[in-house]
Design a protein around this ligand. Sequence first.
Ligand code: NAP
Length: 210
Amino acid sequence: MRNTRVVVIGGSHLGRHLSESLTARGADVITASPRHGEHIDLADESSIKRFAEAAGEIDHVVSTAAMPANGPLDDLDAEGIRRAFDAKVVGPLLLAKHLRVTRSFTFFSGVAAWRPQRHRTVMATTNGAVKFLVEALAVELAPVRVNAVAPGIVDSGVWPADFLSTTADRNLTRNVGRPEDIAQAVLYAVTNPYVTGTVLHVDGGGRLAG
Ligand SMILES: NC(=O)c1ccc[n+]([C@@H]2O[C@H](COP(=O)([O-])OP(=O)(O)OC[C@H]3O[C@@H](n4cnc5c(N)ncnc54)[C@H](OP(=O)(O)O)[C@@H]3O)[C@@H](O)[C@H]2O)c1
């Protein structure tokens, strides 16, 4: 990854781990988000444009951004739903529009799309949309490659221990993910020159488990 400029959007949890992991492999990493590193807000096109102008040419972009809108439908409002789509769908489209990227984009989907649950309808829909987004953008932006990583539950420091152990019992692999498992998948998407329009499921088979 030496002499490679990578923008990682999102500086908390998986984004932070990913930035550290790419930096350790010699990449020149720019972290950007509303709260960490350079400022970017995927819900605000002007901030994306400003970021793009300052950043110049970039080899790879990885976006971990998420603004989930969970809960019963009665509790959801249009603004929250739109923010969830801004992070996972509209924002990535605007990144593709404004950033000068020469090699690849990697976006984050998630197992919620393949295992819908009550009160997680927006999360399932936005993560599912990422699958079609990367297929369409791969065609649109070729030869720049566009992929997604779809994590299952990852022990990123936020989930309670009992939830992690129940999830591990249910997963086909009998474990939950570690941030390094996700970083490894991102590295594959970023570096493999023959992979585009693909969703890499890194979920312990959770989407297939009974
Ligand atoms: N952790 C899991 O178990 C799991 C499971 C399935 C899928 N995923 C997916 O993996 C990705 C990373 O997960 P995570 O656990 O690291 O999530 P997280 O801690 O909630 O991080 C989400 C990131 O999104 C960034 N963000 C929020 N609003 C944004 C905006 N308007 N513009 C730009 N960035 C914005 C945040 O930036 P700041 O740095 O400023 O806070 C934060 O770094 C997410 O897409 C999530 O859906 C995670």
